[in-house]
Design a binder for this molecule. Structure first.
Ligand SMILES: Nc1nc2c(ncn2[C@@H]2O[C@H](COP(=O)(O)OP(=O)(O)OP(=O)(O)O)[C@@H](O)[C@H]2O)c(=O)[nH]1
Ligand SMILES: [Mg+2]
Length: 229
């Protein structure tokens, strides 16, 4: 079953260099590049994932955080289904700027009821003086009940180009799907469906899922698809 019967547009915003493209690349390629290459304008990528309640088809719009794109961003953000604001715990300004990102997202929409989630992707040890302790951040009231998921990569001991599959990396997407579907406990981490491969997409199963379970889940998907024909 395709969740909500459509492809969801999710915009990914936040200050330059906070790790937006790295997060996306981590999921599409299994690693991120150690060199910083600013996104030029925006880059949209299909990111499909198997959840415990069905297949989520999403298009992630990874939007450059550079000030030079400010004029065009409202156009890129419009008609989205949800938004992720990314921050870097070692970059205080990126946390302070969440309010202006939030306002920018909301003002670019026709509807104001939009799931928005804040997350930090780069992980820091608790003892690392560069990073702000997430518990000490006082978020502005203007952000309402926007949740914050931090250290979603937990990559402290992982080299940039090493394969990584972390349970938390899809938490923001899981939360967004809960808001959009009204379901609780959505686990968006059952596996990714690579979209860059031209051949029919096949789920990639994370470690820890037995071949039997993976096969059973695939069968369920196919059965659901047939039912929906
Ligand atoms: N320490 C650490 N560095 C990271 C991690 N993820 C990404 N980086 C580095 O941080 C930088 C982030 O770059 P991007 O992901 O391109 O940043 P961005 O938010 O897309 O920036 P713009 O496209 O300019 O808006 C790169 O140099 C990455 O190598 C991480 O988990 N830990
Ligand atoms: Mg980028």
């Amino acid at each position: 079953m395709i969740l909500l019967g459509k492809q969801l547009k999710i915009v990914l915003v936040g200050d330059a260099r906070v790790g937006k493209s790295s997060w996306l690349s981590q999921q599409l390629e299994g690693f991120y590049e150690p060199e910083y290459t600013p996104t030029n304008g925006y880059n949209s990528e299909r990111l499909d994932c198997l959840t415990n309640i069905g297949l989520a088809q999403t298009m992630i719009w990874d939007i450059s955080g550079s000030n030079s794109t400010a004029q065009d961003r409202a156009k890129w953000m419009e008609d989205c289904d949800a938004a992720i604001i990314m921050v870097d715990l070692a970059d205080r300004a990126s946390i302070e700027n969440t309010v202006s990102w939030y306002k920018e997202i909301i003002s670019s929409q026709k509807q104001t009821l939009l799931p928005v989630v804040i997350c930090s992707y780069k992980a820091y040890e608790k003892s690392d003086k560069r990073a702000i302790d997430p518990a000490e951040i006082s978020w502005s009231d203007e952000l309402g009940n926007t949740p914050f998921f931090y250290n979603i990569s937990r990559d402290i001991n992982v080299k940039p180009n090493r394969m990584l599959f972390n349970k938390d990396i899809m938490k923001p997407i899981g939360w967004i799907l809960e808001q959009l579907t009204g379901e609780t406990d959505v686990d968006a981490n059952f596996g990714y469906v690579p979209s860059r491969d031209a051949s029919p997409p096949r789920p990639v199963w994370p470690d820890g899922i037995s071949p039997e379970l993976a096969e059973a889940a695939s069968r369920t998907l196919e059965d659901d698809d047939e039912e929906n024909l």
